[in-house]
Every structure is written in structure tokens, then in C-alpha cells.
Design a protein around this ligand. Structure first.
Ligand code: SIN
Length: 310
């Protein structure tokens, strides 16, 4: 029997649990020739901010043991260029599209969401099925991580966003906190439909010859297999703290990695840095999950978390 891979996020049905993480897949069209994006469950776009951003000075990427450090600085064309140039292409997508929203102030988050809501309209070809709220970018001075470590601010901002859309809201959390369960609860209390965890961990690489950090901004966000155990533990804790679905990400390179997240309590997953190693990584993850479910006799994705023996 074919396993049931469907996942529900805030009433939105995803065909399967595998998504492409924000910031690693552009706005979908960039990988068109290599990947059948629509065969996946969801695409999470690069962050969209109110004004265009060129991002941080270079170097802004460095490879690390089992991972990479980035300090992109939310480079993106801004919400108006997104609406004019990217949204039309997203309207043709068959997979779910979550637009990742970022801002330096609460007002900016709201303004970005309101403008996209107005442009997208309603109906099946809106080009946006939900929002992922970026409260966790470590590479900007205002917003991002500064918001994501403050439970009261997360709850307030999530509630304000909730009041402005009927589409599902996913709040993307940072692992750079002492109590991820408390932060997850704040997002749920504000009306989030799901949380995604984890974003990157703050890290630094120093060039000892030059006696200065490799990244122009000094520090950046660590991603890749090196952070996977942190992500799995965060999902385990967060999924036991909230009733809404948890979407797991951080270092997923294979179906086995994704299954760790699902067994830890995640309802869906995202592939990020893995795409840089193999553009078809997410497709392999999806195929492997289905194969594992058949072999284990698991009928539905949502049955997986209960299979963890602790
Ligand atoms: C960046 O653009 O700096 C990375 C995005 C993020 O970590 O949320």
C-alpha cells in the first residue's frame, strides 16, 4: 500500500512533508532545470523585506567542518519587486508556497505581509499559500534574532500578523536561546499555525594568518550536518511543548536525517544546505521517507512521531 504522505499545516494540505528551506532555493525558478519543485511538499522563499537589501559585505560565506557559515544579511529585491517579478512565477506552482517575511521593525513585518496579501488576493492561484515569519536571522542588527529571543515580542508580533491574514503562519525559531519550548509556546499563543526550527546557530571562523574573522561581518549563521543534533533536540522539545505542528530543519542531507526529525516529533521537514551539495537532495529525502514507511509498515506521516522509543 502506498503510504499517506500528506501533511496539514493550519488547514493547508501539503502533498508530502518535504520542503525547501528559505534562503537556499531562491524563489523556486532558479533550480527549475534541475529539480521538480512541484513534486515536493512546499517551497519556502528567500526572505522578503520592505525595501530592497543588497545584503552584507563579502566574504559572506565560508565552509566549516560538516557545514557552512553564512552572513548574507537578508539580501532580496524588496516587497514591491517581489510582487512584480517573483509572485507571477509562484502563481503557477503546484507545491505549497510559504513566503518568508523579515523586517527590522514590527511595522515592517506587518507592511510586507499586508502588501503581499493585497497583491496575491485569494483563490487557488494566489502564488502564496502561507507565510514563514523569520524571527531568527542572526545576520542583521535589527529584527531577526533580536525579536526571536524575546517571547513577549514573538507573541505580540505573531498576533498582529495573525490579524492580517487567514493564510497559515509558520514562525521560524532560532536555536540561540536557552528555552526553545518557551519560545515555541509564545508563537503558538500568538496564533501561529506551525513553527519551523531551527534556523542557524551563531558562529565565527578566524583566519589566523590574517588574525581576523573570515566573514566581513565577523560572525554568521552555522548550518549543515554539524547542527543536526541541535535541531533534532530542539524539535523534540518544541513538539512536546506545543499542539501546533513543528517543521524540522537543520543539516538534513538524507532521508535518515529527515526521519530523525520526524521521529523527534516534527510533522514536516525542510532541506536547506543539503541543496548546495546536491540540488536534488530533497527529492532523495522524499523517496527515502516513503521507502522507509513501506519497509516499516507505517501508513501515515503523522504516525511517525509516536514510533520513537525513549
Ligand atoms: C541571511 O540572509 O543572512 C540568512 C537568513 C537567515 O538566517 O534567516
Amino acid at each position: 500500500m502506498k503510504p499517506d504522505l500528506r501533511v496539514s499545516i493550519g488547514g493547508l494540505e501539503l502533498a508530502n512533508p518535504v520542503g525547501l528551506a528559505s534562503g537556499t532555493f531562491g524563489y523556486g525558478s532558479e533550480y527549475e532545470e534541475l529539480v521538480d519543485v512541484d513534486a515536493l511538499g512546499a517551497l519556502y522563499t528567500k526572505a522578503v523585506t520592505l525595501a530592497p537589501r543588497t545584503g552584507n559585505p563579502v566574504p559572506r560565506i565560508v565552509e566549516t567542518p560538516s557545514g557552512m557559515l553564512n552572513s548574507i544579511g537578508l539580501a532580496n529585491p524588496g516587497v514591491e519587486a517581489f510582487i512584480a517579478g517573483k509572485l507571477p512565477g509562484l502563481r503557477g506552482r503546484r507545491c505549497a508556497v510559504f513566503v518568508n517575511v523579515a523586517g527590522a521593525t514590527e511595522e515592517e513585518y506587518l507592511e510586507v505581509l499586508e502588501r503581499i496579501e493585497a497583491a496575491a488576493g485569494t483563490g487557488p492561484r494566489a502564488g502564496v499559500d502561507g507565510y514563514e515569519i523569520n524571527l531568527s536571522c542572526p545576520n542583521v542588527k535589527h529584527g531577526g534574532l533580536a525579536f526571536g529571543t524575546d517571547a513577549a515580542q514573538i507573541e505580540r508580533l505573531t498576533r498582529a500578523l495573525r490579524d492580517r491574514t487567514r493564510r497559515p503562519i509558520v514562525v521560524k525559531l532560532t536555536p540561540n536561546v536557552t528555552d526553545i519550548a518557551g519560545i515555541a509556546k509564545a508563537a503558538e499563543a500568538g496564533g501561529a499555525d506551525a513553527i519551523s526550527c531551527i534556523n542557524t546557530l551563531v558562529g565565527m571562523v578566524i583566519d589566523v594568518g590574517k588574525r581576523r574573522p573570515v566573514l566581513a561581518m565577523g560572525s554568521g549563521g552555522l548550518s549543515g550536518p554539524a547542527i543536526r543534533p541541535v535541531g533534532v533536540a530542539c524539535c523534540y522539545r518544541a513538539s512536546r511543548a506545543v499542539g501546533i505542528p513543528v517543521i524540522g530543519l537543520g543539516g538534513i542531507m538524507s532521508s535518515g536525517d529527515a526521519l530523525q526529525y520526524l521521529l523527534a516529533g516534527a510533522r514536516a521537514v525542510q532541506v536547506g544546505t543539503g541543496t548546495f551539495v546536491d540540488p536534488r537532495c530533497a527529492m532523495g529525502v522524499l523517496g527515502g521517507i516513503e521507502e522507509w514507511m513501506r519497509a516499516q509498515g507505517v501508513e501515515r506521516i503523522q504516525d511517525i512521531p509516536a514510533l520513537l522509543e525513549v
